[in-house]
Design a binder for this molecule. Structure first.
Ligand SMILES: [Zn+2]
Length: 430
């Protein structure tokens, strides 16, 4: 592995980080128990020299302060690139009360802030008071994202060093307030406290109190779980639907009382989904319907990706549907061959090129291959929007948009005949 210690970028970064690390130690704790985390866009991290260089700079800075260091660097998390450093020295008994009190203060302040907003919150609007709301379109620009200089001990860094349980519990809530607040916003599905409804704030207060009572549950909540290739992350929040509504991803109807839930926050360019039906939460990848696979093609193409990752079950479903399409349809044979190769390859995930995925959807639509009403709705809408991105009937000039995703969002939002997909927006991390 390359050594970064003498790299001028690493040396400069370490110099800049030292005061931040010093500041990250609880006041009056003798410089013990510090931790620091940086979240960056993946591309931004590469621009700074890459995750290993940033990690080396953090290590270098921490050692200057006498820390016994553990670091972690994760690329491609739903927060982008995450680099964290933590002082693992045992806190001497004399500083322990200060350290514990500092942690308590931070978490209590987060709860108080949510509770305070609760009392000042405007009355809920009739359209947003139910737990199931029409998802917002477009990226949530107003959501406080983990700032590059946000400091927090992070559960991932705790996980990396695998400290004993008591240490994890003590450390788990040592998160900076904005970070805890953001978790709570995620939990209640509100872009900010000010925009949360009474019901959402009640959810958040109950949850914050539960995390305080049992910090281990917060640790579990914030630790990115390993996801099987082709599988799904666990929902961050589930509850019975408070009213009749529909799934934010697949648009299937959901009756009051049925289980709904929310997925972890995705990274850009994907936008957060609101409440999903139980099938989309747990089964859509392991037991996919044709509609799930078609939605997968839609959202990956939407995000600008040149490939669509499909697991074995999804390849099987798409392959079987294409078998019902006349073989002479353009590109269908090529798509079938690619899928067959995927099946033969026996890998948990194959990457189908966007070109063939789009051709497959167009062919399925032309052959009316969807067999149930829900499948027909989704397939028709997906085929329509994919084709709009191909010829742009609204005449929106791509050059007026910062990137292709924003342009596609605009084309989708301005579609002449709204569909279940244009009502939902995207792209979603499916
Ligand atoms: Zn669904």
């Amino acid at each position: 592995m390359a050594s970064y210690a003498k790299d001028p970028r690493c040396i400069a970064m370490a110099e800049a980080v030292v005061p931040l690390l010093r500041h990250a130690c609880p006041e009056g704790a003798g410089g013990y128990d510090g931790s620091y985390q940086v979240n960056l866009d993946d591309e931004e991290a590469v621009g700074l020299g890459g995750v290993e260089l940033i990690r080396a700079a953090m290590r270098k800075a921490a050692r200057q302060l006498g820390w016994k260091v553990t670091t972690i660097g994760l690329i491609g998390t739903r927060f982008g690139t995450m680099v964290a450093v933590q002082d693992t020295r045992e806190v001497p008994e004399e500083y322990r009360p200060v350290v514990d009190a500092a942690m308590e203060r931070r978490m209590s302040a987060a709860v108080a802030r949510v509770s305070g907003e609760h009392s000042e919150a405007p009355p809920p609007s009739p359209t947003s008071s139910s737990g199931l709301r029409t998802p917002r379109r477009g990226p949530r620009a107003d959501l406080p994202s983990p700032a590059p200089n946000s400091t927090s001990c992070t559960a991932p860094s705790c996980a990396a060093s695998s400290p004993p349980t008591w240490a994890r519990s003590r450390k788990a809530l040592r998160a900076d307030i904005p970070f805890v607040q953001q978790r709570l916003n995620d939990w209640m599905d509100a872009p900010s406290r000010a925009e949360a409804t009474d019901e959402q704030l009640r959810d958040a207060i109950i949850q914050a109190a539960a995390w305080l009572a049992d910090p281990e549950t917060y640790y579990t909540y914030v630790t990115p779980q390993a996801i099987e290739p082709g599988g799904l992350p666990a929902p961050v929040h589930t509850k019975p639907a408070p009213a009749d509504s529909s799934c934010s991803l697949c648009a299937a109807p959901v009756a009051a009382g049925e289980l709904i839930g929310r997925m972890p926050r995705p990274r850009q360019p994907f936008v957060a989904m609101a409440w999903l039906c139980a099938h989309c939460l747990f089964d859509r990848r392991a037991k996919p319907r044709l509609a799930d696979v078609v939605l997968r093609v839609f959202h990956h193409a939407f995000s600008g990706s040149s490939t669509v990752p499909l697991n074995t079950a999804e390849v099987q479903v798409l392959s079987e549907a294409l078998a019902r399409v006349p073989a002479e349809t353009a590109n269908v044979q090529e798509a079938c061959d690619a899928l067959d190769q995927g099946i033969d390859g026996n890998a948990p995930v194959m990457l189908l090129s966007e070109r063939l995925a789009l051709a497959a959807v167009a062919a399925l639509q032309a052959a009316e291959a969807a067999t149930d009403a829900h499948g027909v709705t989704i397939l028709t809408a997906v085929a329509e929007h994919l084709s709009q991105w191909g010829h742009d009937p609204q005449g929106l000039d791509k050059k007026d948009f910062a990137d292709v995703v924003l342009w596609r969002q605009a084309v989708l939002a301005n579609t002449e005949i709204p569909t279940v997909l244009s009502e939902r927006g995207g792209p979603f991390w499916v």
